[in-house]
Design a protein around this ligand. Structure first.
Ligand code: ADP
Ligand code: ZN
Ligand code: MG
Length: 630
């Protein structure tokens, strides 16, 4: 009987930095090569010509073979009478006639030659002189500039520590606008937050009358109950900017960055006031201090301190409200919850049946439904689902319909999605051998029969030996109505149900497999919690010896439990007794209803999945009365 599990959602938005940088450096090198090539062409001259010595030029002039000479700086471009081109170089410090006369060319002969002198200060002369020196320098400067820009642009912020990385939602941004209409259920929370909205909309009214407005609101609730959504909705309702930063983002970088980010964040918010600063997952920085190893995590502590300093430093008219969210309200540092800080606490619950229907309705906007869709039924079948689960259920349903090329989402798509969200995707390809199939069928039938017989367990909705996620098969049972409180008797029945698989395997196969390992774990944890947390053991008495789920403090060592070695032995004995009792009850039940067990198991081997009506049909034939509503 695998229980639905919740995924804790975390998002990371860091992309790899290196490829982008490398790409840009490459582009830069290409540009550089191009410049070099350009220079070569410029200085090399466009026409193809032979380079000759000055003495040859002199003799050619003497022979009267030269038609013209162009002088540009100390470069000579010579055109011979037959049209051939030559280049040469004169001495830098003397003129052309002076140079040639030194080679024995008389000025008279030179007069026959058409000599033109290009201006020495011409642009190209300077370019050609300066470029060889300037180009490398320009290159080096550009290179450093590029690298510096890349490093900053990539968000590493090695050159500019601390700038807040808050995501800002502007009130005029219609696409990202969320209002209370988008949040289903949570009526009390909304009423509580309406006050904040009123203040942000019209702060003057409150300030004029001298009212002190809360600085901090702490949203607590299970993952996926809509804390982030609700915080956004407050900003949307009040029409103010929303600065959003996640606690885990503080912790990711160098020491000391967290605190300066907080400072920047609050500075920005004050400039934009009235505004909301939202610190999501604040437990990442705000856990109880001083419990960790090695003096705790300094970075976290400094960040937390900075948040507190900023909140304490608000002027009464600052008009910035800080909201924070956590799903571990129990581990928060008490300093955060002091009056004047996060003194308003808003709890978000898992949605009840009506709320679930409302959430499903919200997420069915823009989804075309077939006529058979009945969201009420879906809501009934999803106790324990959070808003986020329901959102992903709707999405899975639409994906299923699209994959099968249908234009509308049908009820069957949604029903299949419930199980997918609860248990993970089906693994049809996971083929069982005949013997394995028999074992799994008896295992699941065992859970189902015990669940159907014992009065306090939930009715069976579905039994299947199709493997899903990590489970080999599964038995789905759902409560007839929403339960907020669980009784000791219902736990006893649940425990017996958990042993149904284990006992059936042993009775029928004569051996025990690894199949029930998860069942045993769940059963043991449950029995232990009954003894140490809920005072449900008569031998130990009404005392809470442990907190929620073996809690850790400061992210380090487990807390030492406050009881003796002796007590620890007594607890173990009690847990063992409760488990043994549960097993015995399962054994008795299955022995008594062996024919029903065989019938259900055999049908499962044949069809693999039994829905509630077919299942109840079978057990009725073997003398078990199915549980009825009401
Ligand atoms: P949390 O911050 O409590 O973990 P989120 O606010 O991130 O949960 O909720 C995740 C998604 O689940 C939301 O974006 C929304 O689509 C859906 N959701 C959760 N609660 C509700 C609700 N009460 N009404 C409508 N949608 C909800
Ligand atoms: Zn099982
Ligand atoms: Mg969240």
């Amino acid at each position: 009987m695998p229980k639905p599990f919740k995924k804790n959602q975390k998002r990371y938005n860091k992309g790899p930095v290196a490829p982008k940088l490398a790409g840009n450096v490459l582009v830069f090198f290409l540009v550089f090569m191009l410049l070099v090539a350009l220079y070569t062409v410029l200085s090399g001259g466009a026409k193809k010509s032979d380079v000759v010595s000055l003495s040859l030029v002199a003799s050619q002039v003497s022979d009267g073979n030269v038609k013209s000479i162009d002088v540009s700086g100390d470069k000579l471009s010579i055109t011979l009478s037959d049209g051939t081109l030559e280049t040469s170089k004169k001495e830098t410090e003397s003129g052309l006639s002076e140079t040639l006369s030194r080679y024995g060319v008389s000025p008279d002969l030179l007069k026959k030659v058409d000599v033109s002198v290009a201006s020495e200060s011409s642009a190209s002369f300077w370019l050609l002189t300066i470029l060889p020196i300037a180009l490398p320098i320009v290159f080096i400067i550009l290179f450093f500039w590029f690298v510096a820009r890349q490093v900053r642009g990539a968000g590493v912020q090695a050159l500019s520590f601390g700038q807040s990385k808050a995501k800002i939602t502007d009130p005029s941004d219609k696409n990202n606008k969320v209002t209370f209409k988008d949040v289903a259920g949570n009526k009390e929370a909304k009423i509580e937050l309406t006050e904040i909205v009123d203040f942000l909309r019209n702060p003057k009214k409150f300030l004029d009358i001298g009212a002190r407005i809360p600085k901090g609101v702490m949203l607590t609730g299970a993952p996926g109950t809509g804390k982030t959504l609700l915080a956004r909705a407050v900003a949307g309702e009040a029409n103010v900017p929303f600065f959003h930063l996640s606690g885990s983002e503080f912790v990711e970088m160098f020491v000391g960055v967290g605190a300066s980010r907080v400072r920047d964040l609050f500075q920005m918010a004050k400039r934009a006031a009235p505004a909301i600063v939202f610190i999501d997952e604040i437990d990442a920085v705000g856990r109880v201090r001083g419990g960790g190893m090695g003096g705790g995590n300094d970075e976290r502590e400094q960040t937390l301190n900075q948040i507190l300093v900023e909140m304490d430093g608000f002027e009464p008219n600052e008009k910035v409200i800080v909201m924070a969210a956590t799903n571990r309200g129990d581990v928060l540092d008490p300093a955060l919850l002091r009056p004047g800080r996060f003194d308003r606490r808003v709890m978000l619950d898992l949605p009840d049946r009506a709320d679930r229907e409302e959430i499903l309705n919200i997420h069915s906007r823009e989804k075309p439904f077939a006529e058979d869709v009945n969201l009420k039924v879906i809501a009934e079948r999803t106790p324990g689902f959070s808003g986020a689960d329901l959102y992903s259920l709707m999405n899975e349903g639409a994906i299923l319909a699209a994959r099968e090329d249908r234009k509308k989402v049908s009820q069957f798509d949604l029903i299949r999605s419930i199980e997918k969200v609860m248990l993970g995707p089906e693994r049809k390809s996971h083929l069982l051998s005949l013997e394995e199939k028999r074992i799994v069928a008896y295992h699941e039938a065992g859970h189902a029969i015990v669940g159907s017989v014992l009065p306090e367990s939930d009715p069976v909705h579905k039994v299947s030996i199709v493997s899903r996620g990590r489970a080999g098969g599964y038995t789905l049972s759902l409560p007839l109505e929403e339960k907020r409180l669980e009784s000791r008797q219902s736990f006893y029945d649940d425990l017996a149900g958990l042993f149904g698989g284990y006992v059936a395997e042993k009775m029928v196969i004569g051996d025990i497999t690894t199949g029930p390992s998860n069942d045993l774990q769940v059963a043991t944890n449950l029995a232990r919690a009954m003894v140490t947390r809920w005072g449900m053991s008569d031998a130990i008495g009404p005392v809470a010896l442990e907190n929620d789920g073996g809690r850790l403090i400061g992210g380090g060592m487990p807390v030492e439990h406050g009881y003796s070695e002796n007590m620890s032995k007594e607890i173990d004995a009690e847990v063992k007794r409760i488990l043994e009792e549960a097993r015995t009850r399962a054994e008795e039940t299955l022995t008594k209803h062996r024919s029903a067990l065989d019938a259900v198991a055999n049908k499962l081997i044949e069809v693999e999945t039994l829905e509630q009506p077919e299942y109840e049909e079978i057990i009725k034939m073997h003398g078990i009365v199915p549980k009825k509503k009401g």
